[in-house]
Write a protein that binds this ligand. Structure first.
Ligand code: ADP
Ligand code: ZN
Length: 433
């Protein structure tokens, strides 16, 4: 058996659209029960009657992170808190966090999507699943926990960090499947090296799920080599429940958006008009199976594109490409728009470099500069200055080719850059100081 829910996963497109329309009407009707959408719909003369086809959704205004923050904590809720059984929220380092509330139905629906995602790449009840996400308010912990339990995996809630214990658990209990942020896997592999172990020989690892932060195809390939198994891209965001929104299948050619539960639009972030299939734009999502806190046309800020054409796995839900980043990750250096992922792609092509790097944007005597610190692999020629110099020059030239800005480059020892337990911080902005 290949599918978790064969009928839904292989639903012919016209039937999928029928289901989406039916669910969209329910979502809009439900949304109108929240103080926030009641007001927005009234101001724009909109109601469920405004929708006769899926395209009619475009009459509705988009919802932003700001809207969620301004209406924190209960402004988007459609029911009494008596019916709510869980909440999660994003980090919210500045101002109000973005909170999501779930009733029983919402939790069941979410858990099912995580289970479907895990199952689609071969995870079964015979697997032992270790989750290195942080538990707590962050959705990656409990989200994967309940999804894995639903599949029937023995589930190890290891939590974030503590690499030696992570490795001990993996070896003692025979972990076959693991979820981690990509930037952590490079560091975990270094601890394997310190212990004189390799994941290939000393663990039973069969597959990895990587997500929560942008990473390039080059980084995925490196991770697959470091661990000797496939690493599947997993997309989730708190506003859309958490993990299990889109997930790669075994083909590793983009992430299937679970379109029975999310209505997807890709729009030009400036004009907000739809872009043709295959073109990059901002992902906008409408929840189709959420009761307590439906979101209508939510701007994710994530930049991606629809991969045209069917997938060999037989699933009919469309695929999105790996993210170029968030529109708010982009920085401007000497008039050029730069995404950190463009720099990562260049660095990860060089075999002498490890997987960690940091981009610092600074100002010196009124002139902006960009400093890239990249870690060297342990066995790279650390005392041969001619070679190190040549490598720095090569990096600077490759990056200039990619982004039209020449950076300063510094090579640093493996493991010497600042670490984070959750998502990696890749850009340090010092120009405002
Ligand atoms: P926060 O907004 O605090 O980072 P979330 O954990 O909800 O909280 O993060 C969701 C965001 O993480 C997404 O909008 C996206 O930018 C990023 N993200 C999640 N999964 C991936 C992935 N597979 N590839 C790239 N970016 C991802
Ligand atoms: Zn597929």
């Amino acid at each position: 058996m290949m599918y978790w829910q064969e009928e839904i996963e292989t639903l012919p497109t016209p039937k999928l659209h029928e289901l989406q329309l039916k669910r969209l009407l329910k979502s809009v009707q439900r949304a109108a029960m929240s103080p926030y959408y009641k007001k927005v719909f009234a101001e724009n003369n909109l109601s469920v009657d405004s929708i006769k086809s899926l395209e009619d959704l475009r009459k509705f205004p988009m919802t932003t992170k700001e809207d969620m923050r301004n209406n924190y904590p209960y402004g988007l809720l459609t029911c009494s808190t008596d019916d709510i059984v869980r909440m999660h929220c994003t980090s919210g380092t500045t101002g109000n966090p973005v909170a999501v509330l779930y009733n029983r139905h919402d939790l069941d629906s979410w858990v099912n999507l995580v289970a479907r995602s895990m199952f689609s790449v071969g995870t079964r009840n015979t697997d032992i699943f270790q989750n290195s996400s942080g538990y707590g308010l962050f959705t990656g912990g409990l989200g994967f926990q309940y999804g894995a339990e639903k599949v029937g995996c023995m589930t190890i809630p290891a939590g974030a960090g503590n690499s030696r214990r992570q490795i001990k658990l993996m070896r003692d209990f025979g972990t076959t499947t693991m979820h981690a942020v990509p930037s952590y896997l490079g560091r975990l592999r270094a601890v394997f090296d310190d212990l004189g172990l390799t994941p290939q020989k000393d663990t039973k690892l069969k597959r990895l799920f990587i997500g929560a932060e942008p990473h390039s195809e080059e980084t995925r390939k490196r991770i697959e080599e470091m661990y000797g198994c496939p690493a599947y891209n997993s997309f989730g965001m708190t506003e859309m429940n958490g993990p299990g929104v889109a997930f790669e299948c075994k083909e590793e050619k983009g992430m299937h958006m679970w379109e029975d539960c999310y209505l997807m639009e890709i729009v030009n972030p400036q004009t907000l008009e739809p872009v043709p299939d295959g073109e990059m734009g901002e992902l906008v999502l409408t929840t189709l199976d959420r009761e307590a806190l439906p979101l209508i046309r939510y701007r994710t800020r994530d930049l991606t594109r629809i991969i045209p054409g069917p997938c060999a796995c037989g699933r009919t839900s469309r695929r999105i490409d790996r993210f170029q980043g968030r529109s708010d990750d982009m920085f401007i250096m000497k008039g050029c728009n730069v995404f950190p992922i463009q720099i990562e792609r260049v660095l990860m092509r060089l075999p002498e470099l490890g997987s960690d790097y940091l981009i610092t944007l600074g100002r010196d005597n009124g002139a902006d500069y960009m400093l890239i610190q990249a870690e060297l692999k342990t066995d790279a020629f650390t005392d041969n200055y001619t070679k190190l110099n040549a490598l720095c020059k090569r990096i600077a030239a490759d990056i200039r080719d990619e982004i039209q800005v020449t950076p300063k480059v510094e090579l640093v020892d493996k493991g010497s850059l600042p670490k984070s337990d959750g998502k990696a911080v890749r850009v340090k902005e010092m120009r405002h100081l």
